[in-house]
Design a binder for this molecule. Sequence first.
Ligand SMILES: Nc1ncnc2c1ncn2[C@@H]1O[C@H](COP(=O)(O)OP(=O)(O)O)[C@@H](O)[C@H]1O
Ligand SMILES: [Mg+2]
Length: 266
Amino acid sequence: MPVNFNNTELSDILELKKVSQSYDGGKNYIIKDLDFLVEDVPDRGQFIVILGPSGCGKSTVLRYLAGLQKPTEGEVFIKGKKRSEKDRIGMVFQQYSSFPWMSVLDNVGLGLKFQGISKQERDDKAMEMLKIVGLQGHEKKYAQYPTLSGGQLQRVAIARSLLVNNEIILMDEPFGALDTNTRLRMQDFIIGVWEKVQPTIVLVTHDISEAVYLADDIYIMSNAPAKFIEHVDVNLPFKRDRTIKRDPVFVEIVRYIEDKMMSMEV
Ligand SMILES: Nc1ncnc2c1ncn2[C@@H]1O[C@H](COP(=O)(O)OP(=O)(O)O)[C@@H](O)[C@H]1O
Ligand SMILES: [Mg+2]
């Protein structure tokens, strides 16, 4: 049963309306008539997680929202209006996306540079953001491995995205390249950032436990042509910490999703 996105009285922050994607002039579709709706939750933000098998179209959906790709059919809306060039939304990728020949400070302020904001203002705002992501003292270092660790480099990318837009942040398997230990720490780190800044986060992952740990709402995507086949309302309290992973409710949700994914055709 595909997911119904019921519109409530809350204002819409992100929406895909009947989007389709074909790469061969309409012979085959990887995404067909897909709807997706995220409503704004004022003074709190939301943590939405999209979960699905490899190649089902998760990154494509994020690229539509980020404005990095246009669907072959259908419409993208940001805050209730058709997406335009003026809608700037940051995205954090799995691969380290900073420029290694530039300082941490310059990398974080980069989005503002493209908007023509002065160096002084960029630096001031970037410093504020570096405090939020716990990288003060590292601002003059080159944003490269191993000068910075993998986790620190992802914090640089998160800071840059938040400076571009602190209301919406898109994350495409942001912890996928990190070792397990760092990945677990980064999960707690992003919960902390979310509590401080309260943005709407849409995060893509294929890690079920990560999805349940982070999300308010999980949308499970099927294989091509992609559909949302399941909405899971993660009814666990905030603030979360690692101990919740042993909570019977957490364990049950993980098991439920695992069964759903195993029942999907591949
Ligand atoms: N430029 C392209 N040309 C043809 N097929 C593509 C192109 N980009 C992506 N695809 C296909 O679209 C599907 C969805 O890709 P993607 O959104 O990256 O999936 P996911 O992020 O879920 O792994 C994949 O099957 C991929 O092979
Ligand atoms: Mg992907």
